[in-house]
Design a protein around this ligand. Structure first.
Ligand code: SF4
Ligand code: SF4
Length: 477
């Protein structure tokens, strides 16, 4: 039986407190929302810190006229809750959840031999033996049709090209762009394109094509030559920096229709974040630079240990402060790790799964096999079907159930779960042998980083709220 409203016991809900621009905020975990505490709401929260109490007594103790309304609002936001402790039920999205993004792996071949590569390195999950090395047009066409058919209700969809080295199959990419543009228009949809490349094969003609077709480009690059060439090498061991640097400059100079991003993989010897950022942003001119620690088993030589991750964190913090200085002047800074998190906070993201893999996003390999994302392409263990026969709903449901935040018990009391949701499925598989395992090796790091981004967000709410509107549409893969 539900107790009468007045005698109901009230207690603090689940939130993370932070300060921004000198004002107090709550990050409301069940809702993934941010709430600025005014003086009265702060007083209610303060009173409940001493412990749960009856609602009527709470209102009386607060001692201001609008106390009942303020308590009601805090209840609505779930900053205050009753005695019930049952977690929200675990529910997968309905079968046939519409696709938004398809990652097309045009080839599984690469002209580099980066030692940390998740496709070819020691932690690879792909089993490409006996499968085609290059995608053919029929498979690509079937993949595009699949994306368009499986995205009911979405007007805009996204196709991203991947490899191996994507540009090793550039002739196919050209045909696909032309076909997909027409096929989308025929269904009254829009489609936009992006690709990831190691930049070794860029030519002026390719750059012109990318610019003319508004294809977003991300270049995998690890910084100045002495860092980049440590692991991003050709098969003979020669570093690739000298080959790609002039091509990257041409790309940035001539591709005028979309921002150009660099994506850096941090490893044990390549973790000098600020130096890498300065080189890529200021010397080469990338519009944005994003960093991710290498995905690997903990015992690899290039894996970053705890001390290394602390160093990375400290440098992230310095760059994040710089990002905020820019934002307060109304300027966009190129450190995309902050921009991506601020966008998620602005959009009120509250994730059931860490990312769209297997949900609104799929990867398709050269053979037409469907995978949860590009990192699982060509892996028999992780296949979710084939573009000719569709998604195997049973396998998809199994993947999504295991990856759901509700199934990750260690995450249930973590305040960072609306954004983290346990972290990358691929990393979880490499580390723990299970795509649904939470990535518990980096929880403190994630919570620390989320705290920094919340502080930045709060500061902008107070000092330059219009700037946040820039993040209404931003999406990261
Ligand atoms: S993996 Fe760690 S940081 Fe992420 S939600 Fe789970 S407990 Fe929190
Ligand atoms: S976060 Fe991991 S699982 Fe998700 S899309 Fe990226 S690589 Fe794939």
């Amino acid at each position: 039986m539900t107790p009468a409203v007045e005698t109901r016991i009230c207690q603090l809900g689940e939130f993370y407190e932070f300060e921004g621009g000198g004002r107090p905020f709550l990050y409301l975990v069940p809702a993934g929302a941010i709430f600025e505490l005014d003086e009265q709401a702060a007083r209610v929260i303060e009173r409940l810190r001493r412990g749960p109490m009856e609602r009527s007594r709470l209102i009386e103790d607060c001692g201001f006229e609008a106390a009942e309304d303020v308590v009601g609002e805090l209840e609505f936001l779930r900053a205050i809750r009753g005695e019930e402790t049952a977690p929200d039920p675990v529910e997968n999205p309905p079968d046939g959840f519409p696709l938004q993004t398809l990652v097309l792996n045009l080839t599984n071949q690469c002209n580099l031999s980066c030692q940390y590569c998740y496709e070819f390195g020691e932690d690879k999950v792909a089993t490409p033996e006996g499968k085609p090395k290059f995608m053919d047009f029929e498979t690509a066409k079937a993949s595009v049709d699949f994306l368009l058919e499986q995205s009911p209700g979405r007007r805009g969809v996204h196709l991203t090209f991947f490899g191996g080295e994507t540009l090793m199959n550039f002739p196919l990419l050209q045909r696909v762009v032309s076909y997909a543009t027409e096929a989308a228009a025929a269904r009254a949809k829009t489609i936009d394109f992006s690709l990831t490349t190691n930049a070794t094969l860029l030519t002026p003609a390719i750059i012109r094509f990318l610019s003319e077709n508004r294809i977003g480009v991300t270049v995998s690059m690890d910084g100045p030559p002495e860092l980049h060439d440590q692991l991003r090498v050709f098969a003979n061991g020669r570093g690739s920096y000298d080959v790609i640097a002039p091509r990257v400059r041409q790309l940035i100079d001539a591709h005028r229709t979309r921002p150009i991003a660099a994506r850096v993989t941090l490893t044990a010897g390549v973790s000098d974040v600020i130096r890498i950022y300065r080189h890529l942003k200021q010397d080469l001119g990338f519009h944005e630079v994003g960093f991710a620690p290498v995905t690997t088993a903990a015992n690899r030589l290039y894996a970053i240990n705890d001390q290394g991750m602390n160093g990375v964190f400290e440098q992230f913090r310095i760059l994040a402060d710089e990002w905020l200085e820019f934002a307060l002047r109304g300027e966009l800074h190129g450190f995309s790790n902050v921009s991506d998190t601020i966008a998620e906070l602005y959009q009120g993201v509250n994730k059931s799964h860490p990312c769209g893999a297997g949900l609104g996003l799929i990867g398709v390999g050269p053979s037409g096999d469907i995978a949860p994302c590009h990192r699982f392409v060509d892996s028999d263990t992780h296949s979710l079907g084939h573009v000719s026969s569709g998604i195997d709903r049973e396998k998809q449901s199994d993947f999504l159930s295991r990856g759901h935040i509700g199934a990750k018990y260690a995450c249930h009391t973590c305040w960072a779960r609306p954004l983290c949701a346990g972290g990358c499925h691929h990393e979880a598989f490499v580390r723990y042998g299970d795509t649904g395992h939470p990535n518990l090796h980096y929880c403190d790091w994630i919570r620390g980083w989320t705290g920094i981004c919340l502080r930045i967000f709060g500061t902008l709410v107070v000092q330059n709220p219009e700037f946040l509107e820039k993040f209404a549409e931003r999406k990261s893969l």
